[in-house]
Design a protein around this ligand. Sequence first.
Ligand SMILES: Nc1ncnc2c1ncn2[C@@H]1O[C@H](COP(=O)(O)OP(=O)(O)OP(=O)(O)O)[C@@H](O)[C@H]1O
Ligand SMILES: [Mg+2]
Length: 169
Amino acid sequence: MKVNQMSVTSRGPQETFALGERLGEILRPGDVVLLTGGLGAGKTTFAKGIAKGLGVEDEVTSPTFTRMAEYEGRIPLVHMDLYRLWEEAPSEEAALRALADLGWEDALESDAAVLMEWPGKAADAAGDALEVEFTAVPLPRVDERELHCRARGPRSQARLDEWVKRWLF
Ligand SMILES: Nc1ncnc2c1ncn2[C@@H]1O[C@H](COP(=O)(O)OP(=O)(O)OP(=O)(O)O)[C@@H](O)[C@H]1O
Ligand SMILES: [Mg+2]
């Protein structure tokens, strides 16, 4: 049996953080996690949980202006937020050039795990990544978020399997 998509409802920021923490505990060098969903959907909350699970001690903030930040943990963590890159570049080509200049693809070859908020067109280059899409649940359930998780290949599939086991036990 193989389940390559899985949804879970988080009932508040602490649960989203805890789900991230469980994933951070099992991430391996070269893993890529794509975080999609609207503004305030919970991507950075989840990223902070991942960092905790990876043993990062520094405070993790959204790299809104720098677009990319690296932290030391059990393995290095590269955290990207490309919202402004897509918003501000004069053209898609310029955005893709600016993205290449960040050198993020080097991280894929290194011993780091890579988290990407607002991956946009970079999603294709990310290869066998785990996607987590965040959606808010209609009012009045303001603190609920649906996390739709999808594995894009065997590597992310293995991580999804292991992660989901940790939701339950
Ligand atoms: N179940 C939930 N999971 C995560 N965050 C929640 C939840 N319920 C409410 N929130 C609130 O929603 C906000 C999520 O903010 P966060 O920065 O994590 O979103 P984001 O997706 O990274 O947004 P942006 O695209 O602007 O970077 C926080 O204020 C958090 O307290
Ligand atoms: Mg964010």
